[in-house]
Ligand binder design. Structure first.
Ligand SMILES: O=P(O)(O)OC[C@H]1O[C@H](OP(=O)(O)OP(=O)(O)O)[C@H](O)[C@@H]1O
Ligand SMILES: Nc1ncnc2[nH]cnc12
Length: 195
C-alpha cells in the first residue's frame, strides 16, 4: 500500500490541525533543533544594510544536519495524507524534493516569473528587499489535495502568503510559523488544503 493510500485522510481539518500542532510541539523539544539552528549562518547586512541574512547554505554543507532538517519535516508530515510538497524557488527547492520523496508525495515547483513553459497562475508579493511573483503550472494540484509548502524561512511572510494564495484556501498554520525563537527552516512549514 502506498503512502497516500495508507494515510488517515478521513479525519478532516480538525484532525489535521491536531496532528500538526502535536507534531510541532514535539519538534520544539527535539534535540536535533539546536544543531540545525547552529548550522544556519547569520550574515549581518546582506544583501542590504540592516538585513540579518540567515544563510542555509552552511547547513547544506553538513550532511548529518541537513538530514536532520529533512527528517524532522518527514516525521511531522508522514501519515497525514499529504498529496504534494510545493517548494518555493529557490531555497524551497533545496529541501522540498527530499521531503516529498520520503513521504510519497509529488513535488511542485513554485517558480519565479517566466520560468515555467506551460499555462501558469501567478501571485505577486512584497519582499523585505523588493517585490517578486510566484508562478505554478495549472493542474499541478488537483482540487481537494492536501499540500505542504516548503521554504527555508519566513521574514515578512509575503512569499509564503503568496504561495498560499496561489494554491488555495489555507486551513492550518503551524504554531512554529509564528514563533521566531524557532529556527528559520522549521518556521517555514504550513499545511493547506485546496478548495
Ligand atoms: O517572508 P519573506 O519576506 O517573503 O521572505 C522570505 C523569502 O525570501 C527568500 O527568498 P528570496 O526571495 O530572497 O529568493 P531566493 O530563494 O531565490 O534567494 C527566502 O528564501 C524566502 O522565500
Ligand atoms: N533575513 C533573511 N535571511 C535570508 N533570506 C531572507 N529573505 C528575506 N529575508 C531574509
Amino acid at each position: 500500500m502506498g503512502e497516500q493510500e495508507s494515510e488517515s485522510g478521513g479525519g478532516g481539518v480538525d484532525m489535521v490541525t491536531e496532528q500538526a500542532a502535536a507534531a510541532a510541539a514535539k519538534d520544539a523539544l527535539d534535540p536535533r533543533l539546536q544543531g540545525i539552528s547552529d548550522a544556519i549562518r547569520v550574515v549581518p547586512h546582506f544583501p542590504k544594510p540592516g538585513i540579518m541574512f540567515n544563510d542555509i547554505t552552511a547547513l547544506l554543507l553538513r550532511p548529518g544536519v541537513f538530514k536532520d532538517a529533512v527528517d524532522m519535516f518527514v516525521e511531522r508530515y508522514r501519515g497525514m495524507a499529504i498529496a504534494a510538497v510545493a517548494g518555493i524557488e529557490a531555497r524551497g527547492f533545496m529541501f522540498g524534493p527530499a521531503i516529498a520523496l520520503a513521504i510519497g508525495a509529488k513535488f511542485i515547483p513554485l517558480r519565479k516569473p517566466g520560468k515555467l513553459p506551460g499555462e501558469v497562475i501567478a501571485e505577486g508579493y512584497v519582499l523585505e528587499y523588493g517585490t517578486d511573483c510566484l508562478e505554478m503550472h495549472v493542474g499541478a494540484i488537483e482540487p481537494g489535495e492536501r499540500v505542504v509548502v516548503v521554504d527555508d524561512l519566513v521574514a515578512t511572510g509575503g512569499t509564503l502568503s503568496a504561495a498560499i494564495r496561489l494554491i488555495g484556501e489555507y486551513m492550518f498554520v503551524s504554531p512554529l510559523a509564528n514563533n521566531i525563537v524557532q529556527i528559520s527552516f522549521l518556521k517555514s512549514s504550513f499545511i493547506i488544503n485546496t478548495p
